[in-house]
Design a protein around this ligand. Structure first.
Ligand SMILES: C[S@@+](CC[C@H](N)C(=O)[O-])C[C@H]1O[C@@H](n2cnc3c(N)ncnc32)[C@H](O)[C@@H]1O
Length: 177
């Protein structure tokens, strides 16, 4: 992930919440990146005020951005909030630049053995606040969009992290033709 964080890159964090993920990214990349934080909840956006970023209200199913605006689009623990997974992943890919990346992290319906994984799953189920997504379903939805590589990153517990690459512009045009 660190190697994707180029100085001056344009980064979008979708479903930013209180900004934990974006804060971690900013600490890696420094102040030169142009960060955009998106969340539908004003209270969450207000809790990111320490991050030098543009704050935007919106939902991942209909991102309020033009095509190909961002070098890196991240979405951690927010894909679970929608039942429209295909629409959401297609939006995340749409706003990434050709040659850019999307990074998705989500609670996944995968076998797990560790104590941390069991605790996380119990907590989510107990609170009734989240869903566990089928990673195969997410990957199939991604394969229907303009991507050329989907890499599963090592991830502990009942979670999956995917790094998705958008091909350069000429390959996107060739695929659409
Ligand atoms: C568990 S928090 C994510 C935390 C954050 N990404 C992090 O890693 O610290 C889930 C966030 O998704 C937001 N959310 C809920 N529905 C959403 C939607 N349809 N589109 C985008 N974000 C949504 C919630 O407001 C909440 O801030």
């Amino acid at each position: 992930m660190r190697s994707l964080l180029q100085p001056n890159c344009q980064l979008l964090d979708v479903g930013c919440g209180t900004g934990c993920f974006a804060r971690a990214l900013q600490s890696q990349i420094g102040q030169s990146a142009e960060i955009t934080l998106l969340d539908p909840c004003t209270e969450m956006l207000n809790r990111t005020e320490d991050i030098r970023a543009r704050r935007v209200h919106g939902r991942l199913e209909a991102l309020p951005f033009a095509d190909a605006e961002f070098d890196l689009v991240t979405c951690a623990w927010a894909l679970e909030t929608t039942t429209r997974t295909s629409q959401a992943v297609s939006e995340l890919v749409r706003v990434a630049k050709p040659g850019g990346f999307v990074c998705l992290v989500f609670c996944a319906d995968v076998p797990f053995v560790g104590l941390a994984g069991k605790l996380m799953r119990s907590a989510v189920s107990f609170r009734g606040t989240g869903r566990f997504l089928d990673p195969g379903h997410v990957e199939t939805a991604l394969e229907r969009t303009a991507v050329d590589r989907i890499i599963r990153l090592p991830c502990g517990g009942p979670a999956v992290a995917l790094l998705i690459h958008r091909p350069e512009a000429d390959l996107v045009i060739a695929a659409a033709a």
